[in-house]
Design a protein around this ligand. Structure first.
Ligand code: NDP
Length: 294
């Protein structure tokens, strides 16, 4: 029988994020075993004391806890759901820090239970460079007792760690919702810079004002969250009829320059639907309610 230290950890997947995770475990002095599909990615980690496994099954057998961090669950399934690896994982814990959907996490929980593997899902909400620092944010879901058992090792990844509940899909649900904000904002910024450029405004000229827009958002997010949970949607300060007029100006200016306004057209369509349903005096967040009606 293989013996391993209680604080041993294996990292499967050595992309930028997997390497950062393994680096944080090594910095904390934990016995760390690493493996990656493409060989050679572990060089720097081995120099820092990591054990380099020749196969995924050898890697998972080396530790009580395996952290898998690859591009998506198709990739992690390709690694974990081979018989030799699945057998080696029996009785051990897998923490997935691979981003994917809530359904994939639920499916993995069923697979893990059927094979005697203990499983937690997780998501990393901050960039690779934050790992091991106070800025890192990592969320988890799945059995709380399992999370508490491995918490001392997981906290070395730094920053804020939150267990969101026993329902294993919750971490991925938060991840999806938060990435929705991030990518919609990034798409908005890319689009805004294209429209500004067409009007002769450089990105650098706009940037300080763009930062100002970013800075007014946090309190608006808080207020909007309360409105959505209470279904109040007050439009007293800024009714949706006013918002839709502002959005229409963006669509018009974009299309005057031949710039696709698809994202803004979608937002305008949602707002007009809310108005058509009789909510014209409500605030913009009424859209959440309209989108939820199927
Ligand atoms: P990638 O998302 O590009 O993942 C690269 C890793 O996936 C490599 O180890 C690669 O192996 C492996 N991989 C890809 N396809 C397969 C496959 N079919 N079979 C086996 N392994 C495969 O880079 P990151 O490391 O940055 O990201 C890993 C996860 O972390 C992702 O889910 C990402 O969304 C998440 N994340 C990343 C952040 C970041 O700042 N980088 C921030 C927050 C979350 P190989 O080397 O062999 O190609």
């Amino acid at each position: 029988m293989t013996s391993y230290a209680d604080n041993s950890v294996t990292v499967l997947g050595l992309g930028p994020m997997g390497r950062a995770l393994a680096g944080a475990f090594l910095n904390a002095g934990l016995p760390t075993t690493v493996w990656n599909r493409t060989p050679g990615r572990d060089r720097g980690l081995v120099e820092r004391g990591a054990n380099s496994a020749q196969s995924a099954e050898e890697a998972v057998a080396a530790s009580r806890l395996t952290v898998v961090c690859v591009v998506n669950y198709d990739a992690s399934d390709a690694i974990l759901r081979r018989d030799v690896v699945t057998d080696a994982l029996k009785g051990r814990t897998v923490v997935s820090l691979t981003a994917d959907t809530p359904d994939r996490a639920r499916d993995t929980e069923l697979w893990a239970a059927a094979h005697g593997i203990r499983y937690l899902d997780g998501a990393i909400m901050t960039p690779m460079a934050t790992i091991g620092t106070a800025e890192a944010v990592v969320i988890y879901s799945g059995p709380e007792q399992l999370y508490r058992e491995h918490e001392p090792i997981l906290t070395v990844l730094g920053g804020t760690h939150t267990h969101l509940g026993e329902e294993v899909g919750r971490a991925a649900a938060y991840d999806i919702a938060l990435l929705d904000i991030f990518w919609t904002a990034m798409a908005g910024y890319a689009h805004a810079l294209a429209v500004a450029k067409a009007e002769g405004v450089t990105a650098r000229e706009l940037a300080p004002f763009a930062r100002g827009i970013g800075e007014i958002l946090p309190p608006i997010f808080e207020e909007a969250a309360a409105e959505v949970d209470l279904a109040t949607f007050s439009g007293e300060d800024n009714p949706i009829t006013s918002a839709v007029s502002s959005i229409a100006h963006i669509v018009h200016t974009s299309e005057t320059h031949g710039i696709d306004a698809g994202v803004m057209r979608a937002a305008e369509g949602w707002a007009r639907r809310a108005i058509g349903l009789g909510h014209g005096t409500d605030g913009f967040m009424r859209i959440t309610d309209v989108l939820s009606q199927h």
